[in-house]
Design a protein around this ligand. Structure first.
Ligand code: UDP
Length: 193
């Protein structure tokens, strides 16, 4: 796929349906991959932080989360015409997971928040297989890693805010046996109301 690039940051010209096709492929091929949501704020942060720029560009998929990215694409003759927001994509991935039987693990947010969000998602998507839930204020990272390894999710959502969650994913993905990783910021807080 030919990615677009705005101020040095890659963005995939994919709509929601096309991203979900990629999600299925990544899980089928068990190809460890991470998805990062790109908005103008992240692009601006990356201007002063080359490590962050490299981190964002190292993701398998950069989704256009932010109307500013769509506008940049239109002005530059690109192909991005719709936003794919992080929270919409997360909810759609959960729908897909329920249909296909993918195992999902949620890591992050304050104690209790992810559990409430999971209840909301399970009501909406019957049969959603949530194999693990952990808040983002743990003391012992090795224990969290062990739990994820034991639960064997296909998908790991990390809700620790950006860029902390993206660094967490990159630093830990080699130790884990997960196909798809995605940082979801404050999405669990939104879902849990
Ligand atoms: N968070 C966490 N661990 C931390 C710091 C933050 O689990 O060490 C959680 C926090 O409780 C919240 C989310 O990360 O649920 C950050 O949400 P925010 O809206 O700030 O992230 P953004 O969407 O702006 O990246």
């Amino acid at each position: 796929m030919l990615k677009e690039n705005y101020l040095g940051v890659d963005v995939c010209p994919l709509n929601m349906g096309q991203v979900l096709v990629e999600v299925d492929r990544i899980i089928l091929e068990k190809e460890p991959s991470f998805i990062v949501a790109i908005n103008p704020e992240k692009i601006m942060k990356a201007q002063e932080d080359s490590n962050l720029k490299e981190l964002l560009n190292s993701a398998a998929l950069q989704i256009a989360d932010g109307v500013g990215v769509v506008i940049a694409s239109i002005l530059n003759g690109g192909r991005i015409r719709s936003r794919v927001t992080g929270i919409d994509l997360m909810v759609n991935i959960c729908k897909r997971a329920a249909e296909k039987g993918y195992g999902v693990y949620f890591l992050g947010a304050k104690p209790g928040v992810a559990e409430t969000a999971v209840e909301v998602l399970k009501k909406r998507f019957k049969g959603l297989n949530v194999v693990g839930v952990r808040d983002g204020y743990y003391k012992d990272e090795a224990e969290v890693i062990k739990d994820i390894i034991e639960k064997k999710p296909d998908i790991l959502f990390v809700a620790m805010g950006s860029p902390k969650q993206e660094y967490w994913i990159r630093n830990n993905m080699e130790k884990l046996n997960v196909s798809l990783y995605m940082g979801i910021g404050g999405s669990l807080d939104v879902l849990s109301g």
